[in-house]
Design a protein around this ligand. Structure first.
Ligand SMILES: Cc1cc2nc3c(=O)[nH]c(=O)nc-3n(C[C@H](O)[C@H](O)[C@H](O)COP(=O)(O)OP(=O)(O)OC[C@H]3O[C@@H](n4cnc5c(N)ncnc54)[C@H](O)[C@@H]3O)c2cc1C
Ligand code: SF4
Length: 329
């Protein structure tokens, strides 16, 4: 890693990043690994940790929150205010990586980390993401690849927090010369095989905005992994159920999002629609069972990822059962 600057003003960081080829570093947990593996060429590093504008949580009068990009993954589930208001996000953060990683890794860095494809992380291979013109994983070993094949790159999106934030309809504030708000859903583009998010080099992700909490929300997060700790999930799912009467009534609206299956986190609108009317504490109804069966129709497995069809269905079933049984937030 070459020279590191640690500006204390956002404009200072932007001027060091814009058009210079320099790389932004937050917690450094993925950036350092990418530089070591040759995913990124050596370049000057701009350490964002001195930027107060990227820190803290701002609570609005309507109860909504703007969370700084430098907030650690750990704080998302240990901060009582955030965990109480946004249980789906908190439960997702709690399951991610290890306590050491959660202490260092940041919200912004998590959303902008590179995917885990072993061809990408092996300097012996070129691919779309490293200036090449092919995807060696598609015809090679793609055991952990997508099961919803949306484009030339077959690496699943790596960010668990993006799955939760998609279920929250969250937005991000991005700074270049000005400030632009964009939906988390628009931060990722499955059709572009050359990168894992659409942020242009030189931009800084400042914060994430979450809508006002839902009273009585029932939330759950589940992941299926090859080992119990320190591993990215094969499939993960987040469910947020809003009961009528602000508590124990039937579900009036639902948000269900999944990761590990496609180039971007995905919402499951058919499952969400089928959940309306479901009663907390009751088994999943026929409509939900049919929607779960229908998930196979969403899938277009690669030769080695057919196992993820059943895993997707089972993980979503699990998360829904837990959300219906979950205590009210
Ligand atoms: C053992 C292990 C298990 C893991 N399991 C999971 C998992 O299950 N789910 C999951 O989601 N992640 C997992 N991770 C990944 C981990 O969460 C990420 O490495 C971490 O969140 C990245 O955050 P960071 O602050 O360290 O980012 P950095 O490494 O500092 O940066 C990552 C990227 O984002 C850019 N960047 C960072 N912040 C900004 C900003 N504010 N504006 C513009 N660009 C920025 C950097 O330039 C870099 O390209 C795991 C990691 C390990 C080591
Ligand atoms: S294009 Fe995507 S899936 Fe293919 S080798 Fe590169 S990162 Fe892996």
């Amino acid at each position: 890693m070459t020279a590191t600057a640690r500006p204390e003003e956002l404009d200072g960081a932007l001027s060091r990043l814009d058009g210079t080829g320099a790389l932004a570093r937050a917690g450094g947990t993925d950036l350092t690994a990418c530089l070591a593996a040759g995913v990124l060429a050596p370049a000057p590093v701009v350490d964002l940790s001195g930027l107060d504008e990227l820190r803290g949580v701002e609570w609005r009068p309507d109860g909504s929150a703007r969370v700084g990009a430098l907030t650690s993954v750990g704080e998302l589930h240990t901060d009582p205010g955030l965990a109480g208001a946004y249980p789906a996000l908190a439960r997702t953060a709690r399951e991610l990586a290890t306590p050491q990683v959660r202490t260092t890794a940041t919200l912004g860095g998590n959303l902008l980390q590179r995917n885990r494809c072993w061809y990408l992380r092996n300097p012996a291979f070129d691919c779309f993401q490293t200036g090449g013109d092919s995807c060696p994983a598609r015809g090679g070993d793609h055991l952990y690849g997508v099961v919803v094949d949306q484009g030339p790159c077959v690496a699943p999106h790596p960010s668990s927090l993006a799955v939760a934030l998609l279920a929250h309809d969250a937005t991000v504030l991005v700074a270049d010369g000005r400030r632009t708000e964009m939906a988390v859903a628009d931060l990722y583009d499955a059709a572009d095989p050359t990168r894992d998010h659409v942020l242009e080099p030189g931009r800084v992700l400042v914060s994430v905005a979450l809508p006002a909490p839902v009273p009585g929300e029932r939330a759950a997060y589940r992941r299926a992994t090859g080992r119990s700790r320190a591993e990215w999930p094969l499939v993960e799912a987040v469910a947020r159920l809003a009961p009528a009467d602000g508590g124990s009534g039937p579900v009036s609206s639902a948000a269900v999002a999944v990761g590990g299956v496609a180039r971007t986190p995905l919402r499951l609108p058919e499952v969400e629609a089928a959940l309306v009317g479901a009663r907390p504490g009751s088994p999943l109804g026929t409509g939900v069972e049919e929607a779960l069966e229908g998930l196979a129709g969403l899938c277009s497995p690669l030769p080695a990822t057919g196992y993820k069809v059943d895993l997707l269905r089972a993980t979503v079933r699990d998360v829904l059962e837990r959300a219906l049984d979950a205590p009210e937030a």
